[in-house]
Design a protein around this ligand. Structure first.
Ligand SMILES: [Zn+2]
Length: 280
């Protein structure tokens, strides 16, 4: 009996850890951009240095449905209209510089899809540069940590500015999948949500196992840039201790699976990655 249980456990591990057999395509796309002081991303390092960073969005074509991971800055902040939507104060700290054509709906169109084709929208968290266009997907299933939903609706005071409530104020009737930790989206290890709280209360990253490329870990804001992987504490964190733990977690999984770790706002790595064709 015990042996049978062991065999079952081994079979389960093999399924969830092996690169999935499913044919998956993963695009890393620029869904926006931000001009900001680097010190927001690397606490006490390069404070005062102005940088321009990409705001990535991801599209995953999976046999079980089309997925979008993060939706970028709200479309209304495009083409020099940052302050019209976010207001002067916010745009003073984080200025959007993207064109309207870079926003997720038009990025999907370039790939031959409409927003209606998207079955799942997964959010790393509800900060303004990640949840911005949630309202473009009223018919999708929205995958987010329950703790993040609570934080988004009533953030800690020191995190309040980064949650733009009008991004998601009319979404309470949307179909939310409220997660409480890791979640294997299709039960086959191909697309796995990872709990990486710290940047925010309910931050999550995404592990995608591809046939040719292998394991890609989309860290989102758990790791903004290479500096953070090397030990520089990320700025704008809800909980520094949890944040550093999540960075270690992602690095350990990357090393165990000989995978690739994608940062969220690193202009150097983003510039080196491929955005014209999908990773397979
Ligand atoms: Zn971000």
């Amino acid at each position: 009996m015990k042996f049978k249980k062991l065999l079952l456990a081994a079979a389960f591990c093999a399924t969830s850890l092996s690169a999935a057999a499913a044919d998956i395509q993963l695009w890393q796309l620029k869904g926006g951009s931000l001009d900001l002081d680097k010190g927001w991303l690397t606490a006490m390092k390069d404070v005062g240095t102005k940088i321009s960073v990409p705001v990535p969005v991801y599209v995953i074509k999976h046999p079980r449905g089309l997925i979008v991971f993060d939706t970028g800055n709200n479309f209304a902040t495009s083409d020099g209209n940052c302050a019209n939507y976010w207001g002067q104060g916010l745009c003073g700290a984080f200025k959007t510089t993207q064109t309207r054509d870079e926003i997720i709906d038009r990025q999907l169109k370039k790939l031959g899809y409409s927003t209606e084709d998207v079955k799942y929208v997964i959010y790393s968290h509800f900060h303004l540069d990640h949840v911005g266009n949630i309202k473009m997907f009223p018919k999708a299933k929205h995958v987010v940590q329950k703790e993040e939903l609570k934080a988004a609706w009533w953030p800690e005071k020191f995190q309040r500015a980064a949650y733009v409530v009008k991004d998601y104020d009319e979404t309470r009737s949307f179909d939310f999948m409220e997660l409480t930790g890791d979640f294997d989206m299709f039960g086959d290890g191909s697309v796995v949500v990872l709990d990486t709280k710290g940047h925010t209360q309910g931050h999550q990253s995404l592990m995608v196992n591809l046939k040719k490329t292998g394991t890609v870990l989309i860290s989102a804001d758990a790791i903004y840039m290479a500096d953070n992987e090397k030990g520089v504490i990320p700025g704008i964190t809800w909980n520094t201790n949890e944040s550093m733990r999540s960075i270690d977690r992602l690095k350990n999984i990357r090393d165990a699976k000989n995978g690739t770790l994608w940062y969220s706002h690193d202009p150097v790595q983003f510039g080196q990655n491929n955005h014209d064709k999908p990773y397979e």
